[in-house]
Design a protein around this ligand. Structure first.
Ligand SMILES: Nc1ncnc2c1ncn2[C@@H]1O[C@H](COP(=O)(O)OP(=O)(O)OP(=O)(O)O)[C@@H](O)[C@H]1O
Length: 351
């Protein structure tokens, strides 16, 4: 099922407008990630789609049907929250089958359905256990199976991995993608963690202060951020930023004067900084001092000081013994932003 939000306005009270003209579209069978910092409005969007909140203006459509005023119970949506919210007095089988019981489905059919779903989320051996006998990851699998029990047309996941440790998080994240592909259910996944979004989403909406910053694939957000917020929010380590004025003497590539006069902030990815010669370099011989180098798994991160700015490079070899004195910057992964923080030039196009 397709989901469309058109010109949504929402204020919790007169002084607290959360959205003004929020619009986006989710395709049938798509996994969309809503990615943004705390307070950006992600959960509020899920509540609007679920029918737990009604917008002050605008429309919500499921396919072509306007559901803006439709009761939450009639929207056929499955929801999974961060805190699992399982019924403690019911075992796994009964937790999964609960929505079917509420819908007066016969016991034998409920059990059969619950078993199928338990198998899908790999908890078929736990059907007689109670929630307090399960790990966090297992509880979240039960919650996902329960959300799928009524064959929802839309699945809403609100930070479903937040309470899990790193290993379980990765495992369940991939599992969610697998389940979503097997069932084909249109899914909206709320997260503040870019790794979750980049790893499993077909499309990502980056949100800040109730405003959509950019909608695209993870790769496109990384390579072509529309503004400084997206450039800084996507990518790890965080992109390096420096006032353009500090860099002007070192720019060796032709950037039109009309761009340079508007450019306020330069940003460049850690992998575009190296002490090796760079063919077609954007900047050469920036004087730096190397302050620190750490090995993080396969990668080494080198911290450099350029004037008053700290830079991180991941393209300097880890067995570097001498002090690095100058660095070069490749055009790929280099961006210029104007005083509205809009990207006005990117090195990729001039690589
Ligand atoms: N019931 C409410 N009454 C008033 N303001 C609210 C209410 N719920 C949320 N807000 C405000 O709406 C904004 C968006 O909140 P929301 O919970 O949607 O953000 P979020 O991106 O999901 O954040 P988090 O990741 O912390 O859950 C915040 O400024 C928040 O303070």
């Amino acid at each position: 099922m397709q989901v469309t939000l058109k010109g949504i306005q929402l204020a919790y009270d007169r002084h607290n407008k959360i959205f003004d003209q929020l619009s986006f579209h989710v395709q049938d069978g798509e996994l969309l990630a809503l990615l943004g910092p705390s307070g950006s409005g992600k959960s509020t969007i899920l509540n609007l789609i679920a029918g737990l909140l009604t917008p002050n203006a605008g429309q919500i459509l499921f396919d072509e049907t306007d559901v803006t005023k439709l009761d939450a119970r009639n929207r056929n949506i499955g929801m999974v929250f961060q805190d699992y919210a399982l019924y403690p007095q019911l075992n796994v089988m009964d937790n999964i089958a609960f929505p079917l019981k509420m819908a007066h489905v016969k016991k034998a059919t409920r059990r059969e359905q619950a078993q199928k779903l338990a198998k899908l989320v790999h908890i078929e051996s736990l059907l007689t256990k109670f929630p307090n006998e399960l790990s966090g990851g297992q509880q979240q699998r039960v919650a996902i199976a329960r959300a799928l029990a009524k064959k929802p047309k839309i699945l809403l996941l609100d930070e479903p991995l937040s309470n899990l440790d790193a290993g379980l998080r990765v495992e369940l994240r991939d599992e969610i993608r697998h389940i979503q592909q097997v069932t084909g259910v249109t899914t909206i996944f709320v997260t503040h963690d870019q790794n979750d979004a980049l790893r499993i989403a077909d499309k990502i909406i980056v949100l800040a202060n109730g405003v959509i910053q950019q909608v695209s694939t993870g790769a496109d957000l990384y390579r072509h951020p529309r503004n400084l917020f997206v450039a800084q929010f996507i990518g790890s380590p965080k992109i390096n930023t420096i006032p353009v004025a500090n860099l002007i003497p070192y720019i060796s590539k032709e950037i039109p004067a009309s761009i340079l006069t508007q450019a306020v902030t330069a940003a460049f990815r850690s992998e575009s900084i190296t002490n090796d010669p760079v063919a077609n370099a954007l900047m050469t011989n920036l004087p730096v001092t190397m302050t620190h180098q750490v090995q993080i798994g396969r990668d080494s991160q080198t911290q450099l000081q350029f004037e008053n700015n700290r830079l991180i490079s991941t393209a300097i070899s880890d067995n570097y013994t001498q002090k690095i004195q100058t660095i070069n910057v490749a055009p790929r992964g280099f961006f210029l932003f104007n005083d509205d923080d809009v990207c006005i030039w990117e090195g990729d196009a001039h690589d």
